[in-house]
Ligand binder design. Structure first.
Ligand code: SAH
Length: 357
């Protein structure tokens, strides 16, 4: 048997690899290794979640951002970005629409927009929970203090998505200006866990300057953090950023890494991301065929969707649009998957043990 197949088996058995082993795997994987990992990952996903896919309605609340991440289309310095922000009423309208479509998780994502004071955010969060007590509210609005995260949690937020972006400090500063802090981002993730959020982290696949070594560090960091969710998708070029001439990442590597994440953390919530669907027209289905079990269709008001442009050609129509749920369900059914209208919390026990006896 090939050396990489043995490493994948070892990851499955011990749920960890050394840094050297990860590096060797990332340096040398071939198509056979990818297929092996993907089918193992599907088996594990089925053990923990069956063929069930969870949906989250993604509401992109603002594309104003005080940060200047070098890869991101809504970075502060991109003067070509047409800025918008949603009011509480706009957001509640999105929730009403999403609720009637069967969505039971709303993800509020945005740039770091100082318009949303803690009071405004807490009011939005508690209003959503008041109207829809059976939904989970997920926030994805960047770095805040412990006290702020705690306030949002107390107002009713259940989950928080904050990708670490890279676990290698010097890589971090190639992707972000020095005004940002690697240590703070990592600390934020531990603070979120401590407060009691279900936490999602993640990184872009094949971001500029990513190497087998930085990727190995990502996997080791993720293993240590033990997040409930890990979002990964290919890095995709945005033409108005300093990385305009860099290369986008590939679906191939993303599918391999998705599978390895499922193998390493069997019960993790793993989204088939919009960027995977953008780089490859069948990307998200292929993501589910690599062990993914979550999708986050776009529930933002139609008129702002094109403005939340993190990268070029970002999908926001077709199955990516929350209102296309019927066609999405049909499409997933063709591959044997079923969409559940539930909050879709992380599984604490294998699927078979949760079935009525
Ligand atoms: N301000 C929030 C939300 C950021 S957008 C935060 O800081 O968490 C959500 C994610 O989109 C980012 O974490 C990043 O990993 C991803 N992203 C940004 N630009 C991208 C690009 N050019 N290609 C692919 N993914 C990108």
């Amino acid at each position: 048997m090939g050396k990489n197949i043995l490493l994948i088996d070892k990851l499955n058995k011990t749920k960890e690899l050394s840094k050297e082993e990860f590096i060797s795997l990332f340096e040398t994987f071939n198509d056979e290794d990818i297929e092996y990992a993907r089918s193992l990952a599907c088996k594990i996903r089925d053990e923990w979640y069956g063929k069930n896919i969870f949906l989250r309605g993604l509401i992109e609340i603002s594309n104003f951002c005080k940060n200047d991440c070098l890869y991101c289309g809504i970075r502060r310095s991109n003067s070509n970005a047409e800025r918008y922000r949603l009011s509480k009423e706009n957001i509640l309208e999105c929730c009403a629409k999403g609720y009637s479509l069967g969505y039971r998780t709303f993800v509020l994502q945005g740039g770091e927009d100082l318009y949303y004071t803690d009071d405004i955010l807490c009011d939005i969060i508690s209003s959503i929970k008041e109207h829809y007590p059976d939904v989970a509210v997920t926030l994805s609005i960047g770095e805040k203090t412990y006290q702020q995260y705690k306030k949002y949690f107390e107002a009713g937020a259940d989950r928080y998505l904050l990708r670490h972006e890279t676990a290698n400090e010097s890589h971090y500063y190639k992707l972000h200006p020095n005004s940002m802090s690697f240590k703070n981002r990592i600390e934020c993730l531990y603070n979120l866990k401590k407060i009691g959020y279900q936490v999602g982290t993640g990184f872009m696949v094949e971001s500029p300057f990513q190497t087998p070594k930085t990727l190995a560090e990502d996997f080791i960091f993720i293993k240590e953090l033990q997040p409930d969710m890990v979002g990964i998708g290919p890095y995709i070029v945005h033409h108005s950023t300093p990385f305009a001439n860099e290369q986008s990442g590939t679906a191939r590597t993303t599918l391999f890494l998705l599978a390895l994440l499922r193998i390493m953390i069997p019960n993790v919530l793993l989204p088939a991301t919009t960027s995977l669907g953008t780089i490859d027209s069948n990307g998200q289905i292929n993501g589910f065929l690599s062990g993914a079990n979550v999708m986050m269709p776009n529930l933002s008001p139609a008129k702002v969707r094109k403005k939340y442009l993190l990268y070029d050609n970002k999908l926001c129509s077709g199955n990516e649009a929350a209102e296309f749920k019927v066609s999405l369900v049909k499409n997933l059914k063709e591959y044997g998957f079923r969409v559940l209208d539930s909050r879709g919390d992380v599984a604490k026990y294998p699927f078979v043990d949760r079935l009525p006896k």
